[in-house]
Design a protein around this ligand. Structure first.
Ligand SMILES: [Zn+2]
Length: 506
C-alpha cells in the first residue's frame, strides 16, 4: 500500500495506494467543507489534487443517516475524513462515541478514516496531555475491538503536544495497534504561533518511535514554508484549510510567507489567477466573494508547488539544500534548525550513499548537514591509520582535480609511507583513499568559506591527528593556501604534534 521510492534526510518519496486509488507522496490534502465548500471541488481536481480531507463530524450533523462522501463532496479521489477531534478542541466536548464516529466514516465510504481523538492542543499541562493521550488510546482500542468491517485505511492519531516523552508514549502504544497510517495531532496552534521548534520536537518524538514503513500524516500544516521541514522530518501527508481561511482574511500565500494582499502592489506568481491579473488593484476592485475565491485558488497553487518542489528536492538528493533555503523565510523557522541529536539522527535515516548531484556548502548551517555529520562520525570511529606520518593536502575548492589525480597521489603517498588526507572546510578530514565516496569530491563550497567554519574544521583535523597518534604531520598546500597551511601548523604545534609545511607539491 505504501511504497518508498527514494529517500533524503528523513523525507520519503512514496506511492500510496488506498482502495485502488494511487497518489504520490509527500502530498497535500486540501480541506473541503462537506456542506459549504467555497472553491469548487472540480477546480481542485483540475489542479491535480489526488486526495482531500473533509470532516465527518459536520457530515454527521447534516446527514445523520449517512451519505456517500464522494457524492457529497463531488470528489472521486482519496477522501480522508477527520473524526471531529479538532471540533473537540474548538468547541469543547462533542457528544459522540468513538465507535459511532468510526462506523459513520465507514458507512459514508471514507478512504482514510481517523479514530476520534482528543487533541492535546497548546498550551497544555502534562496532566492534560496525558489525559488526551489516554482518551485517544482508549478510543482506538474500543474501535479496534468493536468494529468488524474496516475502512480502506485506518489512521491512528498520536497526541501529546509539546511533551516529547508523552508523545513517544502515545506513538509507542498506537504503533502496536494495526493502523495503516499514523496522524500526528496538535501542531496547528504551534504553527500559527510560529513555534516551529516545538513542531520539530513534536514530530521528532513521534517519528522516532513510529514504524518507518508506515505513512505519517501531519494534521493542519498549512504554511507553505514549513512543508520542506515537515517532509525532512518524515511526514508524508498534510492537510489544511489555510488556503481558504487565509483567503477570507485577505491573505496571499507566497513560498516564503503570507502577505496582506491589500499591502501588495505586484504579484510574483505565474499561477492561473495571478498571471491573468494586471495588478493587485485589479483584484481588489472585484466583489469580495470573488477576491476570496481567487486568493484561495492562488493559495492552493502555492501549496501544490511547494509539495512539488519538495518532492523534486528528494529526487535530486538535495532536500537539505532546499530546506536550508526555505528556513530563511522567517527567523523563527531558522531558529528551529538548532536541531538536537535525535532530530539529526532522524535526518540521517534516509541519507543516500550515492547521489548524482554535488552537495553545496554555503555557511555554518551546513555543518549540520547530516552528510557532514555522517562523514565526521566515520572519521572518528571507522578510520584505520596505516602509517605514523600524516600528509595533509590543503587546497581551494579543487576536490574534482584531486579526485582525477588521486591514483597517482596515492602511489606517491605509499612511497613516502604517509597516510594522506585532504583538508576540507566542512568535512574536515577527507582520506584520499575514499575520495570517490559521495560527497567527498562531489561538493562545491562558497569561496572563501566562512572563517568560523574553517576554524572549527582545523580543530577537528588536529583532533584527528591526535586521536590516531600521528608522530609527524606534513601540510602540503596548493598555491594561495599558505596562510591556511600556517594556521593548521600552528594549531598542530600548540597541541604538541610535530608538524611542518612542505611546498614540494602533491
Ligand atoms: Zn498566484
Amino acid at each position: 500500500m505504501f511504497e518508498v521510492r527514494a529517500t533524503d534526510l528523513g523525507g520519503r518519496l512514496g506511492r500510496l495506494e488506498i482502495g485502488g486509488k494511487a497518489m504520490e507522496t509527500p502530498a497535500y490534502l486540501p480541506v473541503v467543507h462537506p456542506i459549504r465548500q467555497q472553491v469548487p471541488v472540480n477546480v481542485l481536481k483540475e489542479m491535480g489534487f489526488k486526495a482531500i480531507m473533509t470532516n465527518s463530524y459536520i457530515t454527521l450533523k447534516h446527514h445523520p443517516d449517512g451519505v456517500n462522501i464522494h457524492q457529497l463532496t463531488g470528489f472521486d479521489g482519496v477522501v480522508m475524513t477527520d473524526s471531529g477531534g479538532y471540533q473537540v478542541l474548538e468547541y469543547g466536548d462533542v457528544e459522540v462515541d468513538p465507535v459511532e464516529v468510526a462506523e459513520f466514516q465507514i458507512r459514508i465510504g471514507s478512504d482514510i478514516a481517523v479514530i476520534l481523538d482528543r487533541p492535546t492542543g497548546y498550551p497544555s499541562t502534562r496532566s492534560y496531555a496525558l489525559q488526551t493521550v489516554k482518551e485517544t488510546i482508549a478510543a482506538s482500542q474500543k474501535c479496534k475491538e468493536q468494529i468488524a468491517h474496516k475502512p480502506p485505511a485506518w489512521a491512528g492519531p498520536v497526541q501529546g503536544g509539546t511533551h516529547p516523552d508523552i508523545v513517544k508514549m502515545s506513538a509507542k502504544i498506537m504503533a502496536k495497534m494495526d493502523f495503516d497510517l499514523f496522524a500526528i495531532g496538535s501542531p496547528v496552534e504551534l504553527m500559527n504561533g510560529y513555534r516551529f521548534r516545538e513542531v520539530v520536537k513534536l514530530v521528532t518524538a513521534a517519528k522516532s518511535v513510529l514504524p518507518p514503513e508506515k505513512p505519517v500524516h501531519l494534521f493542519g500544516a498549512g504554511h507553505p514554508f514549513t512543508i520542506p521541514l515537515a517532509v525532512a522530518l518524515g511526514c508524508d501527508l498534510f492537510d489544511s484549510a489555510s488556503y481558504i481561511l487565509f483567503a477570507k482574511q485577505g491573505k496571499y500565500m507566497t513560498p516564503t510567507g503570507v502577505r496582506e494582499v491589500k499591502d501588495m502592489v505586484e504579484f510574483a506568481c505565474p499561477c492561473t489567477v495571478c498571471s491573468r491579473l494586471s495588478s493587485v488593484r485589479e483584484l481588489l476592485e472585484l466583489p469580495p466573494a470573488e477576491v476570496t475565491l481567487k486568493l484561495a485558488i492562488h493559495n492552493l497553487y502555492v501549496m501544490k508547488a511547494e509539495l512539488s518542489a519538495t518532492r523534486e528536492a528528494i529526487r535530486e538528493g538535495r532536500l537539505w539544500n532546499y530546506l536550508t533555503l526555505r528556513i530563511r523565510s522567517h527567523p523563527t523557522l531558522a531558529s528551529a534548525t538548532n536541531f538536537d541529536e535525535e532530530t539529526l539522527r532522524l535526518f540521517g535515516l534516509g541519507l543516500r550513499w550515492g547521489k548524482e548531484k554535488a552537495t553545496f556548502f554555503f555557511d555554518e548551517t551546513d555543518i549540520l548537514n547530516p552528510e557532514v555529520k555522517r562523514h565526521l562520525q566515520r572519521i572518528e570511529f571507522n578510520f584505520t591509520p596505516i602509517n605514523k606520518k600524516l600528509s595533509v593536502i590543503v587546497t581551494k575548492n579543487d576536490y574534482d582535480s584531486i579526485f582525477v589525480h588521486s591514483g597517482r597521489m596515492l602511489g606517491n603517498a605509499l612511497k613516502r609511507r604517509e597516510d594522506t588526507v585532504i583538508f576540507h572546510p566542512y568535512l574536515s578530514v577527507v582520506p584520499l583513499a575514499v575520495i570517490a565516496v559521495h560527497p567527498l569530491a562531489q561538493n562545491v563550497c562558497r569561496n572563501p568559506p566562512p572563517e568560523n567554519v574553517v576554524r572549527a574544521s582545523v580543530e577537528r583535523l588536529v583532533g584527528f591527528a591526535k586521536r590516531y597518534r600521528y608522530t609527524k604531520v606534513v601540510i602540503r598546500p596548493s598555491n594561495g593556501c599558505a596562510v591556511l597551511a600556517k594556521e593548521i601548523r600552528d594549531a598542530m604545534t600548540k597541541m604538541k604534534i610535530v608538524c611542518s609545511v612542505s611546498h614540494a607539491g602533491w
